[in-house]
Ligand binder design. Structure first.
Ligand code: PAF
Length: 281
């Protein structure tokens, strides 16, 4: 695997492949790679001749400095995992390389960013858009791969590519789960063994929500979720929303949409986790 730390060198390296008409697949990450990331890379390898992974813990998308400080980092272990899946290129820029000047871009994703993660993490999606757009401009991939776990991020990045005519296909990839059902996340590394067991409640609840969506009203489902989380003292529900998959706007009745997803964020100890389940599509 080739490793680059500068935009210039990476661009130069990729241009020869681009000139030969080879397709480039891109998996942007913040490192602490797990099976979820590896599944994106495997998918990218199947569909492209060259696969680029980036590892960059993007400071401008963290609204909480403690979260940034504690974000897990282990470049050596990441490189080993990337080699195992035969990733061709790693782009591992420094903060100075990505942000030689403080980033000032402002994006407006309207109603998509005023709910759920956007509401609870002010500025988060602006920071995500800043880095992803810059990375797209450096790598110029045909396809870019994103996990469904960060569903709102996926919708917003897709919107950004449309708003700015960025010629990249956004490829959504399924959530990869631990045996307990807990969605794989770099943040899981920060859970204690007991917290990891407790965190399984999140997906257990979502599975019940899917069953209940055939029988109960949205109000009843919401009340069920509140009750579940009240019973578990070590998990704090931040939000649970049943929303339209495309507008991300909360629904009051099932009749309001045929494409429906339930999204959740919860704190397990000091760790904030998100997950979701598609109810109708
Ligand atoms: O999902 C992530 O890991 C990050 O938000 C991303 C897309 C790599 C941007 O920093």
């Amino acid at each position: 695997m080739e490793i680059f730390e500068t935009k210039k060198e990476l661009r130069q390296y990729l241009s020869s492949f681009r000139n030969e008409g080879k397709s480039i697949g891109f998996v942007p990450t913040m490192g602490a790679l797990h099976e979820g990331h590896l599944s994106l890379l495997k998918e990218a390898k199947q569909e492209n001749e060259i696969v680029v992974c980036s590892i960059f813990v993007n400071p401008v998308q963290f609204n909480n400095p403690t979260d940034l400080q504690h974000y897990p980092r282990d470049l050596e272990a990441d490189i080993e995992k990337l080699n195992q899946v035969d990733c061709h290129v790693l782009f591992n820029p420094s903060e100075k390389e990505m942000y030689p000047e403080p980033a000032t871009e402002k994006y407006d994703f309207g109603e998509l960013e005023n709910v759920m993660e956007g509401q609870h993490r002010p500025g988060h999606f602006n920071g995500v858009a800043i880095v992803v757009k810059r990375l797209f401009e450096i790598v110029e991939p045909e396809r870019a791969y994103f996990g469904l776990k960060d569903y709102q991020q996926l919708v917003i990045i897709h919107r950004m590519t449309k708003d700015y005519n960025i010629p990249v296909e956004i490829v959504p990839c399924p959530i990869v789960r631990e045996e307990s059902g807990l969605a794989m996340s770099s943040r899981n590394e920060r859970l204690t063994a007991a917290e990891r067991t407790e965190a399984a409640l999140i997906y257990q609840t979502l599975k019940m929500v899917k069953i209940k969506s055939g029988f109960n009203t949205i109000k009843e489902v919401n009340e069920y979720v509140m009750r579940q989380f009240k019973k578990h003292k070590h998990i704090k529900l931040e939000y649970f929303e049943i929303v339209d998959m495309y507008t991300l706007q909360p629904l009051q009745t099932w009749a309001q949409s045929n494409t429906v997803i339930a999204c959740i964020a919860a704190w397990v100890g000091n760790v904030r986790l998100i997950d979701n389940i598609i109810l109708f599509s």
